[in-house]
Design a protein around this ligand. Structure first.
Ligand SMILES: Nc1ncnc2c1ncn2[C@@H]1O[C@H](COP(=O)(O)OP(=O)(O)OP(=O)(O)O)[C@@H](O)[C@H]1O
Length: 264
């Protein structure tokens, strides 16, 4: 099993999401260039989670489109979007059951041709495939700093490691685009640095694109190639971390809030 081919661009065009009278996203457009880390930031309630929910198929936009290369993702169910190579992590889900290996094998499940039912019947082809999946899961555990804990119960790991199990599980789908929803929320400083390193490594090693929603501005500034700033559902700025840091619209959006390290 080899790393996936370079991802196509993820193109978000004119996405609007209306909840009753509220415009959660208002004509939002941005492009995640192949192999880059693209952060989506903004104050509380700006529309970041709504944006992620559109990208991963949990919400259907009122208008607009999301495309991965030529593939239209806009009205597909979440599992079809995942099958096309867009995997996500969830902000508040931290696994506590099973071993690291068990959790990563769940991530491989969707890729298994023979299916785990055949594996349970111990058919030889299925056993071979199961072994290959296990080997790949182990590689992904190494890549995400979980190699030493592969057979350990997740419940015994530190919070930072447990949260990275969620990231590793998403990687087990061999995504071309990885959506990371607040990957360092709740982590201490050392865990945050470690996770930033892991994101950099997986991007370099697997060549995938990363879309990052994160409140930790230090992490965003260190990791992102490109940043889209949302405010009241509108994309008010795009650019490199340095460009958006100096953008007057961004300062206005964050008025009363520093845009430096660890600002929300
Ligand atoms: N399912 C929903 N139904 C109604 N309104 C919603 C729904 N989801 C989000 N909203 C509203 O849409 C707006 C955008 O919310 P969203 O959660 O996307 O913001 P956010 O930038 O992710 O905020 P935070 O940083 O606090 O997570 C908010 O006003 C929110 O109350």
């Amino acid at each position: 099993m080899t790393a996936p081919a370079a991802p196509p661009a993820l193109d978000v065009r004119g996405v609007t999401v209306r909840f009753a009278g509220l415009l959660a996203l208002d004509d939002v457009s941005f492009t995640v260039a192949p192999g880059t880390v693209h952060a989506v930031i903004g104050p509380n309630g700006a529309g970041k989670s709504t944006c992620f929910n559109v990208l991963s198929g949990l919400y259907r936009p009122t208008a607009g489109s999301v495309r991965l290369g030529a593939a239209e993702l806009t009205r597909l169910a979440p599992h079809r979007i995942a099958a096309l190579g867009v995997a996500r992590t969830f902000q508040n889900i931290v696994t506590t059951r099973g071993t690291v290996a068990d959790n990563l094998m769940l991530g491989r499940h969707a890729l298994s041709r023979a299916g785990f039912a055949a594996g349970a019947l111990r058919l030889p082809g299925a056993r071979r495939e199961q072994r290959a999946h296990l080997a790949r899961a182990r590689e992904i555990a190494e890549l995400t700093g979980l190699g030493a804990h592969f057979d350990a119960p997740v419940a015994l790991l530190s919070y930072g490691d447990r949260k990275r199990v969620e990231l590793a599980r998403a990687l087990c789908l061999e995504p071309r685009v990885l959506l990371l929803d607040e990957p360092v929320a709740g982590m201490n400083a050392a865990e945050r640095l470690r996770t930033a390193e892991v994101v950099r490594e997986i991007r370099a090693e697997l060549g995938l694109s990363v879309v990052l929603v994160e409140h930790d501005m230090g992490l965003v500034m260190r990791l992102a190639d490109e940043v889209t700033v949302l405010d009241f559902g509108r994309a008010v700025a795009h650019g490199t971390p340095d460009e958006v840091r100096r953008d007057p619209e961004v300062l206005r959006a964050y008025l009363g809030t520093a845009t430096g390290e660890d600002a929300a």
